[in-house]
Each structure stands twice: as C-alpha cells, then as structure tokens.
Ligand binder design. Structure first.
Ligand code: RB5
Length: 142
C-alpha cells in the first residue's frame, strides 16, 4: 500500500518519525513535505497530498499540523477527500469504520509520539463497515 505524508513546520518531527516507522513496517511512502522546521503554509502540503490520493498514487494519507485543523480544512476542500482529525484511537477507528476516511490528520503539538503511533496503527488496520455508513458517506459531498 502507498501512503502519502504531509505536514507543516509544527508537524515536521512527527511526520519524520511516521515515515521511519511505516517504512520499517514495509509501507511505500510518498513524502510531500515540508522538509524542515522552517515556517511554511500548511495548505501547500495538504493540497499536494490530496491530489496524490485523487490520482490514486496513494491509497491513504497521513498529515500533521500544530492543531490539525488548518491542514485538515485544506484537505477537505477536495470533494474526494475525507480527512479525519483524530486525537485518540477511538476516533481513529471510527473514522475508518464509519466515515471511510482516506486521510488521517493529527494535532502534532498535542500528541506524544507513542499516541501518534497507536492512532496510526488503528487507522491502518481498520476497514470501512459499509452498509448504512456507505449511504451516509455518499451524502457528504453535495
Ligand atoms: C502553525 O503555527 C500553526 O498555526 C499550524 O500548525 C496549525 O495549527 C494551523 O491550523
């Protein structure tokens, strides 16, 4: 499975750790930046990641900014993207089970690396339930 990564300067450290962790687990990763802790604008990276999922270069995305909100809002401007802001494993599980989220967004300044790792593990190992949730997901984009 190909997974795309994106972040701003606030999420850079967690994005780098995510890359190393998932590479060790055997995932193919495409990193859309940013590539340092120098101040940048989160939409520039969210849109690259979103476009890669729309073009099916990546099946799923993982992204970070300080609160998660800015990069999440940016990704969700694309109608094919269902980016879920997750700060614990329950929300991460529900985002896949019920919302068929294709991007996992996390608030880097509010999570430890251990928490991030657990949220990622759950997200990547949970499948969409379909059924009544498919009907609801079909109604997300007007
Ligand atoms: C950067 O300081 C911060 O504004 C950004 O990472 C994010 O939290 C925005 O939503």
């Amino acid at each position: 499975m190909n997974i795309g990564l994106a972040c701003d300067h606030a999420g850079y450290s967690h994005k780098e750790k995510t890359k190393k962790y998932l590479e060790e687990l055997g995932y193919n990763l495409n990193d859309y930046g940013c590539f340092s802790e120098e101040s940048v604008d989160y939409p520039d990276f969210a849109h690259q990641l979103a476009n890669s999922i729309i073009k099916e270069v990546n099946s799923l995305g993982i992204q970070f900014c300080g609160t998660g909100n800015g990069i999440n809002m940016s990704a969700n401007k694309h109608k094919e993207i269902r980016a879920a802001l997750c700060w614990n494993t329950h929300i991460s599980e529900q985002a896949r089970l019920h919302n068929n989220a294709n991007v996992l967004t996390m608030p880097a300044r509010h999570l430890s690396w251990d928490e991030v790792k657990e949220i990622i593990d759950v997200f990547l190992n949970t499948k969409f339930e379909g059924g009544r949730h498919q009907t609801r997901v079909n109604k997300i984009s007007p």
